[in-house]
Design a protein around this ligand. Structure first.
Ligand code: F6R
Length: 253
């Protein structure tokens, strides 16, 4: 496994998705073991699913205990009910929470059925603040460079809020739905300010379709049109890539 350091970023290049997931699980597990009351920030989607499988296996083997862990999720589609099998609430339950010994009363996901989204968003940010901040935030990255659902824009949104998904994100996520028209057009997302307040950040990316966004995240100008580039300003970022996602970055060094 190759390890390179660029600015504040500790970058690991693994051979494939499985090795990426195992390395990520090692890093996340070290935080859960080291903190008395660990606070994790969680992502959904195809990228972290393998990491969650690894964490489940470690928990079942008695290597890691989640009983004192709290968790905040980055985002949720809007509008969507918790019961919908396309909701991120459902994803987290099926892919992680129901398999580990986490107290689900300490897991928080923006409510995609909230009537007053502004109130819901403010309450979510306050909850994160009141816990003292996230110890380790797990991030994926959109092919367009989004983090959480902070899409390319003219500024970096700071707070949790409702956003419109871009056409490219709707197309990317259509693979999880029967029909592209079923993909929600909006989401509630943690803002970039809240993400940047996390003590540590770990970003994962797998596959050639992420290669350009990863190169720009690490080497490009920091700009809201490529939201993940803001990570250059965070003091403690680990990026774990597979070879396909690392290709453009490695060719530019
Ligand atoms: C999901 C999230 C998104 C995804 C990104 C990549 O909670 O915050 O930013 O991480 O869209 O999605 P996948 O992993 O499905 O390629």
């Amino acid at each position: 496994m190759q390890n390179i350091k660029i600015l504040n970023m500790d970058i690991y290049i693994t051979k494939d998705y499985d090795e990426m997931s195992k390395k990520a699980a090692e890093v996340v597990a070290s935080v859960v073991k080291e903190k008395e009351n660990p606070i994790l920030g969680l992502a959904t989607g195809g990228t972290p699913a393998g990491l969650y499988k690894e964490l489940i296996a470690m928990n079942k083997a008695g290597e890691i205990d989640f009983s004192k862990t709290s968790a905040f999720n980055l985002d949720e589609y809007y509008p969507i009910s918790k019961e919908s099998d396309q909701s991120y609430y459902y994803f987290m339950r099926e892919n992680l929470f129901k398999h580990i010994n986490i107290d689900t009363d300490k897991t928080y996901i923006p409510d995609g059925s909230a009537e007053d989204v502004e109130k819901e968003s403010e309450a979510f940010d306050k909850l994160v603040r009141d816990t003292g901040g996230v110890d380790m935030q797990i991030l994926g990255i959109g092919t367009n460079g989004h983090i959480a659902f902070n899409e390319p824009a003219d500024n970096f949104p700071t707070k949790t809020q409702k956003v419109n998904l871009t056409e490219s994100t709707i197309e990317d996520n259509a693979r999880f739905f029967d029909n592209i028209d079923d993909v929600p057009k909006e989401a509630i997302t943690m803002g970039i300010g809240t993400i940047m307040n996390s003590k540590r950040i770990i970003m994962l990316a797998s596959g050639a379709n992420k290669a350009e966004a990863i190169k720009e995240t690490v080497l490009g100008n920091v700009r809201p049109q490529l939201p993940a580039s803001i990570l250059q300003f965070h003091k403690d970022v680990t990026i774990i890539l597979d070879e396909a996602a690392a290709k453009d970055l490695l060719e530019s060094l």
